[in-house]
Ligand binder design. Structure first.
Ligand code: ADP
Ligand code: MG
Length: 248
């Protein structure tokens, strides 16, 4: 028997309904530390809603969400962020008019908010943190570049970098390679594996080649619940999965 002490994230019987429609229903999910866990499933399966429930954007109607043994259900979004959960949405939310370094700086826990930002001084320590993140996301030589002129892929990486500035223990990425070139996808796979060296990463993705490359574990969602779970090889061979998802 597993308990919530064994997992960074321990979700059981999670559910939410929208006007009687159960978008997520009896969803179980167990996330190990320092792993990349990918959630796949057809459109409308409830994948994005699961991330909304974890980060507190949507309130669950049933179940438990334990992060480091602590119940996230009922906690406010900003407190969930502070507890160590970082989440990237499908559309990047960077500040287009600011430079790469300014975007990263704004995401530093001490630089958050306009007032904090005015009083914020870039210490050597913070500069070193920013440069380390910029190196990880491949933007170290673009620190003074205005975000608006970055490529689509670079904007996505910058947003991942903005999450990393908060030193989350869990990073959740919703379709991070949508719209990316083949080369950018390969770079993103490397980046995800790198950031999972000392934290866990939950990724929602459709691109099966990409999933194969990054996933330590795969959960297949269908109609709001788990259809199959295991290694990529295991779930790929599951007849239920072939029927509802890969077969389409
Ligand atoms: P996925 O990310 O797997 O494609 P979603 O989680 O976005 O699926 O959506 C699951 C289902 O829940 C869909 O039928 C969607 O229309 C519905 N849904 C999601 N969010 C809301 C909401 N805030 N209000 C009403 N219905 C929603
Ligand atoms: Mg989605």
């Amino acid at each position: 028997m597993s308990t919530h002490h064994d997992h960074l994230l321990y979700i059981e019987d999670l559910g939410v309904s929208f006007d009687g429609f159960k978008a997520v229903d009896g969803f179980n999910f167990y996330l190990d530390r320092d792993r990349v866990h990918v959630i796949i499933g057809p459109n409308g399966a409830g994948k994005t809603t699961v991330l909304d429930l974890i980060c507190g954007k949507t309130k669950a109607t049933s179940g438990t969400i334990k992060f480091n043994g602590r119940e996230l259900r009922g906690m406010k979004e900003h407190r969930i962020v502070r507890a160590g959960v970082g989440r990237k949405f499908q559309n990047p939310s960077i500040y287009e008019g600011l430079s790469v370094i300014e975007n990263l700086e704004l995401s530093h826990p001490k630089g958050r908010g306009l007032f904090a930002c005015l009083a914020f001084r870039r210490t050597p320590e913070i500069t070193a943190e920013i440069e380390a993140v910029a190196a990880d996301i491949g933007l170290l030589d673009q620190l003074d570049t205005e975000a608006s002129i970055l490529s689509h892929g670079q904007k996505q990486w910058l947003e991942i970098g903005m999450l990393l500035m908060q030193k989350p223990e869990l990073v959740m990425l919703d379709e991070p390679v949508a719209g990316m070139s083949v080369k950018e996808r390969a770079e993103t796979a490397k980046l995800i594996k790198k950031i999972a060296q000392n934290r866990s990463v939950v990724v929602i993705e459709h691109d099966m080649e990409f999933v194969k490359e990054i996933a330590d574990r795969v959960t297949v969602m269908h109609l709001g619940h788990v259809l199959a779970e295991g290694s990529m090889e295991t779930v790929q061979q599951d007849p239920k999965v072939i029927e509802v998802y890969i077969g389409h």
